[in-house]
Design a binder for this molecule. Structure first.
Ligand code: HEM
Ligand SMILES: [Cu+2]
Length: 586
């Protein structure tokens, strides 16, 4: 094994840094999955990879629940009047569907599940900065979820996931349980964000400068900032709502001297940035996958990295676009409309840079890449229709119609969820050490793409013709659109079942993945698959960027010679920081 010595150019009072070349074993014996077994070991683990998997399992469970509710909703909408459930039940179903999909699926999905798994690995770290806090975040998520289940069993919830006052202060459903659940959940989000920010700042392996951070890390960084800044506002809003219901103090209810529009301001001050908590991590995944399967350096690294931060910033200035019809002043609506258009700029920058990355790349159409193309197509439709909704005059007509339903599904499902699927298929071999069946996976992706468009494209049409959202009945004119949409949702359902099937099957009969099945230059691919408990044998040393496909693989497999497993993490962290400074000053 070759040992390269890196000597510091200036400061002489630091030890000489010995760098060694390491090749990950293709057939690892001891991995994080075999390290400690049993339920208790999992439940008390502080390993970011296991915690990531636990989040993934929970998110998948909630997605199943939300998905079943969606199919029930769509089935009810097969006929213009009652099909099989009561109107009140319908209201509860769409509320729970929305609340579950937003708060329990999308918000934690990419950052907490996939992010937890890959973030420390992409930084060459052994774990996140605060591993115990990470485990605590998971349990806070679980406790939040339990509250929602209590509400489900109790009385349901029928306010819509937005909990708008004054209805939410008077509705007889379990508003308090769900708002408290979401309140608790918020802390999980805040703590994960804090943890990630600290990890990105303090735990980078030697040589990872800000300019060599994977774009996935930049995206998670921007997301964490939003999580930390915006979530408390939601928490306080929901607490105020609970107090109003509980103690009868007048904050939002006009009957008590409050102002319901104030609730909308508070709510959207969080929930608009929250849509970026949902989508920005998806952007990160797209950057990783698109470079790996084009075998090309990302086009416009800094443009993509900084546009994530720009989106995070502008995202805080546009909440009023949800309130164009709420009686907000003409000046405010005009300003919010204008600011909304601004968000399109950094987002467009990303799309253009991704397309430019594809140009002259050697594109390999593996399943994760297929999802990238699906993402680019669907998310662009979601984005463009968002701009149309942001146009004041158009929104007056389209507000609260199925046009909006179609728009946000194109963004949330066509964007975030598809990116999640891209990431899941991309990192699955790393997480499990197994390959899934590529052919079945492609069929799955096609079913999702077709099913998605059949479900949601007709909703743009009926929305623009005036079909209101959240309605249980509709006039005959819309029957054909609703029925098409329902058929599409069944195709989607079949697609997701297929995905669940081949992924599960791969765990038992899948081929061995090997450490780097896609030939990526990303740091996480230099660990074994599945990774060791401590991720890397030796603390990695980084000389090249994560997208330097023009450089040979050998230049990427470097590690600190005198680092090894089992070090005291705090001591290790200090050593890594010192070594990083040294590599950076070279
Ligand atoms: C199988 C795919 C899906 C189908 C068939 C579906 C269907 C529906 C239906 C019928 C509604 C009620 C629309 C209304 O009457 O206003 C709805 C609302 C909603 N959906 Fe989905 N959905 C799906 C996936 C998703 C996903 C993946 C997400 C986000 C992760 C999501 C988030 C929402 C939200 C936030 C609402 C609004 C709920 C409300 O108005 O309070 N949906 N969906
Ligand atoms: Cu918004």
């Amino acid at each position: 094994m070759a040992t390269t010595e890196v000597t510091p150019s200036s400061s002489g009072n630091v030890r000489t840094l010995k760098v060694k070349r390491f090749k990950p074993s293709e057939d690892p014996k001891n991995t994080y999955l075999t390290d400690e077994k049993g339920l208790w070991a999992w439940m008390t683990t502080v390993d970011h990879k296991k915690i990531g998997l636990m989040y993934l399992g929970s998110v998948a469970f909630f997605f199943l629940l939300g998905g079943v509710l969606a199919l029930l909703l769509r089935t009810e909408l097969l006929t213009p009047a009652k099909t099989f459930i009561e109107a009140d039940t319908y209201n509860q179903f769409f509320t729970l569907h929305g609340a579950i999909m937003v708060f329990f699926v999308l918000v934690p999905s990419i950052p907490a599940a996939l992010g937890n798994f890959v973030l420390p690995m992409q930084l060459g770290a052994k774990d996140v900065a605060f591993p115990r806090l990470n485990l605590a975040s998971f349990y806070i998520y679980v406790i939040g979820a339990i509250f929602t289940f209590i509400a489900l069993a109790n009385n349901g919830l029928d306010t819509g996931w937005t909990f708008y006052t004054p209805y939410s202060t008077t509705s007889s459903s379990s508003v308090i349980w769900v708002t408290l659940g979401v309140f608790i959940l918020g802390f999980s989000s805040i703590l994960t964000g804090t943890n990630f920010i600290s990890t990105i700042h303090k735990m980078r392996a030697p040589g990872i400068t800000w300019g060599k951070l994977p774009l996935n890390i930049w995206a998670l960084y921007a997301t964490s900032i939003i999580q930390v800044l915006a979530t408390p506002v939601l928490a306080i809003t929901l607490l105020l709502l609970t107090m109003e219901r509980f103690l009868g103090i007048g904050i939002f209810d006009p009957a008590l001297g409050g102002d319901p529009v104030l609730f909308q301001h508070f709510f959207w001050f969080y929930s608009h940035p929250a849509v970026y908590i949902m989508i920005v991590p998806g952007f990160g995944i797209i950057s990783e996958v698109i470079t790996t399967f084009s075998k090309k350096h990302i086009f416009g690294y800094w443009a993509i990295a900084l546009s994530s931060l720009a989106i995070a910033f502008i995202g805080f200035l546009v909440w009023g676009h949800h309130m164009f019809t709420s009686g907000q002043s003409a000046v405010a609506t005009t300003v919010f409309s204008f600011l909304t258009f601004l968000v399109g700029i950094p987002t467009g920058i990303k799309i253009l840079n991704w397309i430019a990355t594809l140009y002259k790349g050697s594109i390999e159409m593996k399943t994760p890449m297929l999802y990238v193309f699906i993402f680019l197509f669907l998310f662009s439709i979601g984005g463009f229709t968002g701009i149309m909704l942001g146009a004041l005059s158009a929104d007056i007509h389209l507000h609260d119609t199925y046009y909006v339903v179609a728009h946000f599904h194109y963004v949330m499902m066509g964007g975030t969820l598809i990116a999640l699927l891209a990431g899941l298929h991309y990192w699955w071999p790393k997480m499990t050490g197994k390959m899934y069946n590529e052919f079945q996976a492609k069929i799955g992706a096609v079913l999702i793409f077709v099913g998605f468009n059949v479900t949601f494209l007709p909703q743009f049409i009926m929305g623009s013709q005036g079909m209101p959202r959240r309605y249980y009945n509709y006039i005959d004119q819309f029957t054909i659109f609703h029925q098409t949409s329902t058929i599409g949702s069944y195709i989607l359902g079949v697609g997701f079942l297929l995905i669940a099937y081949y992924l599960m099957k791969s765990l038992f009969t899948g081929e061995k993945a090997g450490s780097n099945p896609w030939g990526s230059r990303g740091l996480e691919w230099q660990a074994t698959s599945p990774p060791d408990f401590h991720n890397f044998d030796h603390t990695p040393v980084i000389i090249n960027g994560p997208y330097d496909y023009h450089k040979p693989m050998e230049e990427f497999q470097l590690g600190l010679a005198d680092s090894h497993n089992g070090h005291d993490p705090s001591h290790e962290a200090a050593e890594v920081t010192a070594a990083r400074k040294k590599v950076e000053s070279n």
